[in-house]
Design a protein around this ligand. Structure first.
Ligand code: CTP
Ligand code: MG
Length: 179
């Protein structure tokens, strides 16, 4: 059932969707790269990737997974998915942050300044890394949850959700660019 697939896709990805948004709100302070540049004269990651944003973002994603686990008994008829094992909670949340960090590394290497758009990469970096990390550290749960239709739904829905939340965050003045 298509609706069931969409519900599972969004539910299972929520711990990966939240971290980047929380990082926007909580970010600031010391950048992860400590201000260092590489041989190309550009920053390793840039000022947009901070320890505080990464820590709060990851923690928020884990908390979301734990809250969803508490809600699960009440919605298990609708959400046909197993509760998040702690390893999956951490890998979804941290993987999302790591994907965004790797994207910034790629952006700097390709000459894009902080805040520059990188179409495609901006929308899917965190999905690919959070799913890959989860497949690695919570394999049984990953295989039980992410059937092929669910994965397809994630790759179709995520860019749409990403674009709309970022436009909203921009409109609310929370983000400097609408991507
Ligand atoms: N942020 C953070 N730490 C992270 C990710 C994000 O502190 N690991 C915060 C930063 O304040 C950042 C904001 O969230 O400016 C928006 O995130 P993002 O769009 O990913 O960063 P950009 O500033 O656009 O930088 P980049 O070009 O490297 O993506
Ligand atoms: Mg950005």
């Amino acid at each position: 059932m298509i609706l069931e697939t969409i519900v599972v896709a969004i539910w299972a990805m929520l711990p990966a969707y939240i971290p980047n948004n929380v990082a926007v709100l909580a970010g600031g302070g010391r950048p992860i790269d400590g201000g260092r540049t590489l041989g190309d004269g550009r920053r390793i990651l840039g000022d947009g990737k901070t320890w505080r944003g990464t820590a709060f973002g990851t923690a928020a994603g884990v908390v979301v997974a734990l809250v969803l686990n508490r809600l699960h008994p009440f919605v298990s008829d609708v959400v046909v998915a197993d509760p998040f094992p702690i390893a999956a909670a951490v890998s979804l949340a941290f993987g999302a942050m790591l994907g965004d960090i790797l994207a910034s590394f790629l952006k700097r290497r390709t000459g894009r300044e902080r805040g520059a758009a990188f179409p495609g990469v901006d929308q899917l970096d965190f999905v690919i890394v959070s799913l890959a990390l989860t497949a690695l550290v919570a394999t049984d749960w990953f295989l039980a949850t992410f059937s092929l239709p669910v994965i397809v739904a994630v790759f179709v829905l995520t860019p749409l959700l990403h674009v709309s939340t970022n436009v909203l965050a921009y409109a609310l003045g929370l983000k400097d660019e609408p991507w």
